[in-house]
Design a protein around this ligand. Sequence first.
Ligand code: HXC
Length: 258
Amino acid sequence: MAYETIIVDIEDGVALIQLNRPDALNAINSKVVAELADALAAAEVNDKVRAVVLTGSEKAFAAGADIREMSEKNFVEMFTEDFFGPLNEAFLKFRKPVIAAVSGYALGGGCELALMCDFIIAADNAKFGQPEINLGVVAGIGGTQRLTRLVGKSKSMDMHLTGRFMDATEAERSGLVSRVVPAIKLMPEAMGAAKKVAEKSQVAVMVVKEAVNRSYETTLREGLLFERRVFHALFATEDQKEGMQAFLEKREPQFRDR
Ligand code: HXC
């Protein structure tokens, strides 16, 4: 599929997906949704892709859902089209790790898009916000749920009710992002992190993603049991033997995803 609103490059096991609607600060419209969903589905079955980095431009990761496209829609259209639903499903189905590299604005659906990724690396100019309240609506693709789990009820309520933006320092302090780097270092940092992940045993990487995500879905007791069982299961892999043997022999492991 030839894309109009995103650019995809694959390098050293990492698919770099860049939102490319500079005139609209990467606002997410139906085309972006369809193309992102398609790119993730393609990455899932591409053996050359072991991790994904999702980014925008220096000024905006994404300034939200496309207000121009949404403004005239009515309830029946939004509901029957399941507006933005396919994007959520595409991320939920995707089993390889996705790192969001956020520079500039990540607002509304843009903040929620970053939250759908497995972790966020932010440039020091990043600004996160859920300003939908200013448009007379609310977050619609995870903001009230995912942001609340990361930053807690008080800060999440503050963001959603006042519509204020959170800068990168506050976002890191609050647990929304894993690292903050100077804007100029954002892409090397994110690509470096993704390439590091791409070097690991892919089966172990996919198990990490499942197990951490499971912590949001279940009780602590069930989650601990799930973790212990998948930990046990990895002893059926050649990569476990190789990883531990390499440590004992003081050399780098050569993982073969088996
Ligand atoms: C459509 C957008 C847009 C958006 C910016 N643009 N955000 N177009 N949808 N979400 C367009 C502007 O209309 C403008 O186009 C161009 O991008 C540049 O934006 P400016 O406003 O001129 O830039 P600036 O003054 O620097 O202000 C940047 C900004 C502001 C603070 C990010 O653009 C802004 O407040 N944007 C809206 C943010 C927002 O409310 N997001 C939530 C959307 S609702 P022209 O043609 O005039 O040059 C949402 C719901 C999610 O996301 C739920 C999903 C189901």
